[in-house]
Design a protein around this ligand. Structure first.
Ligand code: PLP
Length: 359
């Protein structure tokens, strides 16, 4: 099988597998004071320090969780207290579902409309703005630092969903200017079921848990942490990131040669992600045809890949037809030229068959 759906879940990196398996041998609970507990605690704190170093924040600002969605829900819950929540129109459903909100428009390439953000902040009261570092469907990268400066000038806070950016181009909380961010293990080659909310020093002492419990994570997230999974996450985060820009270019060229268009092509994008529109052919039909040919891609976000829904991301970019006729090809960290060749052959066969049927 040719796996080109890394934005849904990356294959496990060897370093992550090794760290995960080693930590599975640990018996203790990190909250226990005896020797076994102290071993678990040391493993957990080592993972926290690695993640803090990788993502540009203090270890005290790393809240360990079960994944991207929980990290997003926790950070928004904490930061939104007493604030109105404004979210970019192309945010992931995990952000869109987290809070009652107002939506901010994007341009035709999916980049946030900064004058519209400024006007919304000027018109309203205290706000929390939620804008992702990079989009999961199109790979479009947002100007996070400029957005943070604008938010802070207007007295607003910025939350940044860095789930996709972290494993592809890296993410540094301090450099982003955001007040908090979310990252997820399985999007960067770690095991599923681990993630972290990253808090800037000015936020790290706040205590407003989403899940209250035994006081873990400095009272910010109750529950025994998944020590082994988190150790695997930290090992994956330390691995070198991929930059398969050449491979993405080859994927896009093969599709364009068959009459397709690339969505968001005018913006800076993640080097592994291509959103490809084949006019007149439903995304579900394309995904199924490619799957039958042994190539795994998705129709938009992973969470909705079971349904045939129009992409809210492409609709927000003004691409109404593309919203039901686009597939996402996302190269995982171990993608090869042979994978791209397999995609190109399967895509061409599919496109030829479809156009023959239409003729
Ligand atoms: N945010 C973005 C941009 C994503 O792509 C995803 C997953 O697809 C999530 C959040 C949710 O992350 P997780 O699957 O770890 O809950």
């Amino acid at each position: 099988m040719t796996y080109l759906d890394g934005n849904a879940s990356e294959p496990l990196r060897p370093a992550a597998r090794a760290a995960l398996l080693a930590a599975l041998e640990i018996t203790g609970n990190p909250a226990s004071v005896h020797a076994a507990g102290r071993v678990a605690r040391a493993t957990l704190e080592a993972a926290r320090e690695r993640l803090a170093a990788r993502f540009g924040c203090d270890p005290a600002g790393v809240v360990l969780t079960s994944g991207g969605t929980e990290s997003i829900a926790f950070a928004i819950h904490m930061l939104a207290e007493g604030r109105c929540v404004l979210t970019g129109a192309t945010e992931h459903d995990a952000v869109r579902a987290a809070h009652a909100r107002e939506t901010l428009p994007v341009d035709a390439d999916g980049v946030l409309d900064l004058p519209a953000l400024d006007a919304a902040l000027a018109a309203g009261g205290p706000a929390l703005v939620c804008v992702m570092a990079a989009n999961n469907e199109t790979g479009v990268i947002q100007p996070t630092l400029a957005i943070a400066e604008l938010c802070h000038r207007r007295g607003a806070l910025l939350f940044c969903d860095a789930v996709q950016a972290a494993g592809r181009v890296g993410f540094d909380l301090a450099a982003s200017g955001a007040d908090a961010a979310a990252v997820s293990s399985h999007k960067l080659g770690g095991p599923q079921g681990a993630g972290a909310a990253l808090l800037a020093p000015r936020m790290a002492e706040r205590v407003r848990p989403l899940i209250a419990g035994g006081g873990q994570e400095r009272g910010r997230r109750g529950g025994t942490p998944a020590v082994a999974t988190l150790a695997g996450f930290a090992a994956a985060a330390d691995a070198d990131r991929l930059s398969p820009e050449l491979l993405r270019g080859a994927v896009e060229a093969a599709a364009v040669a068959c009459g397709a268009q690339v969505n968001g092509a005018g913006a800076e994008r993640l080097p592994n992600t291509a959103s490809i529109w084949l006019p007149g052919v439903l995304a579900a039909t394309q995904v199924m045809a490619l799957d039958l040919a042994g190539v795994a891609v998705s129709a938009g976000a992973a969470c909705s890949s079971g349904k045939v829904a129009a992409s809210h991301v492409l609709i927000a970019m003004g691409l109404r037809h593309a919203a039901t006729e686009s597939i996402r090809v996302s190269l995982p960290w171990n993608a090869t030229e042979a994978d791209v060749a397999a995609f190109a052959a399967a895509y061409q066969t599919m496109a030829t068959r479809v156009s023959r049927r239409a003729a």
